[in-house]
Design a protein around this ligand. Sequence first.
Ligand code: HEC
Ligand code: HEC
Ligand code: HEC
Ligand code: HEC
Length: 142
Amino acid sequence: MVRVALVLAAGVVLFLVVRNMVVPKDFGRYGHFRPEALAVIRAHPVAFAGQGTCVACHDDQAKERAAGKHAHVACEACHGPQAAHVADIANVKPALPDVATLCARCHEQNAAKPKGFPQVVTAEHSGGVACNTCHKPHNPQI
Ligand code: HEC
Ligand code: HEC
Ligand code: HEC
Ligand code: HEC
């Protein structure tokens, strides 16, 4: 009995020592999480500028988009995060999206998508012709 109790006690001590070593010091200060994580997340650079900024300069594209079915698709949903472009317009020029992958990402037919959402089997629909030969990306209706 004594030996079993000793082994158990040693196990408990080992657990407490290891726990003390691996649990971050600030864990549990306000609850069951690590408050320092907030500072770590806040330190990430901002990648998206928000479309309010895009619209201010790219009036033509904004007007074209507002008139069509892509009115509610955000600029950066297609152009990717552009905070770097907005911060340094003169030197950072965004590459234009590759329509072959871009359009299929949202419109490739998939049974998991809502029935009412416009979907095509791109290979049959376009026969390999680039989507923007027929559809204008900012206002796709033909
Ligand atoms: C302060 C004005 C300004 C803002 C804000 C701005 N842009 Fe621009 N953008 C420009 C200018 C000027 C150019 C042209 C750069 C050049 O031709 O060298 C440009 C170029 C571009 C191009 C490349 C055009 C081409 O012909 O290759 C894209 C795409 C673009 N911007 C998208 C965006 C998006 C998306 C946003 C919002 C996140 C945005 N821009 C915000 C001024 C702006
Ligand atoms: C549905 C995807 C999509 C959305 C939403 C979108 N764009 Fe574009 N944009 C494109 C594609 C694709 C091109 C390349 C056009 C081409 O090569 O024919 C492009 C081209 C551009 C260009 C280059 C000049 C031109 O007109 O071809 C600018 C500038 C631009 N977009 C800005 C914007 C801004 C600002 C917004 C938001 C108001 C926006 N885009 C929303 C897909 C999109
Ligand atoms: C980020 C997702 C997204 C991307 C990328 C995107 N679209 Fe769309 N598209 C939408 C949404 C959302 C609608 C509106 C659907 C609705 O009204 O129910 C739409 C509508 C359309 C329509 C209108 C269908 C109709 O009923 O008239 C066409 C055509 C279309 N897109 C073509 C394109 C093409 C071509 C591209 C590539 C340049 C593209 N889309 C890229 C989300 C996207
Ligand atoms: C040769 C011209 C052509 C090309 C290339 C083309 N389309 Fe279309 N697309 C059409 C026509 C015509 C319609 C039917 C008219 C309409 O709904 O505006 C259409 C309709 C659509 C619709 C709406 C379908 C629906 O059920 O409402 C979507 C989404 C679409 N196209 C996406 C694409 C995508 C993505 C590509 C690139 C892979 C592409 N299209 C390439 C001509 C074309």
